[in-house]
Design a protein around this ligand. Structure first.
Ligand SMILES: [Zn+2]
Length: 159
């Protein structure tokens, strides 16, 4: 029994939201298919949380809490696997802050981050806020794929 419908350029059943002009679910399913991921119900639910609003940074734990709070039945293992599949397919970008925490960024363009050590949150450094000077040349047989800058912040203590 087929569980997916072939993509159709005109046959999307979901109508555009007149307020935003978007078709959230149809768009998300197409996005998953374009990334070679079958748009299962669980993946769609997670994609909706991730990609429906402005860009965001989540961890597996934070997304679990969010899904749970909304009554979405997805196991932590599925959330973890989906985040990794989305990243491997280029839908998300992994930002590894330290050995313990991996953040997943819906903004996959090249950009740098502030890491707020007090709240353990990640925010984008706006614009071209970082210029990296004096990069070493890559060793023979390799090239620099990307430079990630994480500026770690400690909030001021007000007494
Ligand atoms: Zn970011």
């Amino acid at each position: 029994m087929p569980t997916t419908m072939p993509p159709s350029p005109t046959g999307n059943r979901q109508k555009a939201d007149p307020a935003t002009g978007t078709r959230p679910f149809a768009g998300l399913a197409a996005r998953l298919r374009a990334a070679d991921l079958r748009p299962t119900r669980q993946r769609l639910a997670l994609a909706k949380l991730l990609f429906s609003g402005p860009d965001r940074h989540v961890t597996a734990e934070s997304l679990c809490d969010e899904a749970q709070g909304l009554g979405i039945k997805v196991s932590p293992a599925t959330i973890y696997n989906s985040l990794n599949q989305f990243s491997d397919s280029g839908l998300l970008r992994r930002v590894v802050v330290d050995g313990i925490r991996t953040y997943f960024d819906t903004n996959i363009s090249d950009h740098h981050h502030f890491f707020h050590e007090t709240t353990l949150t990640l925010t984008d450094i706006p614009g071209d806020g970082v210029r990296v000077d004096g990069l070493p040349s890559a060793p023979d047989g390799a090239r620099i794929a990307r430079v990630d800058v994480i500026v770690r912040l400690i909030e001021d203590v007000h007494s």
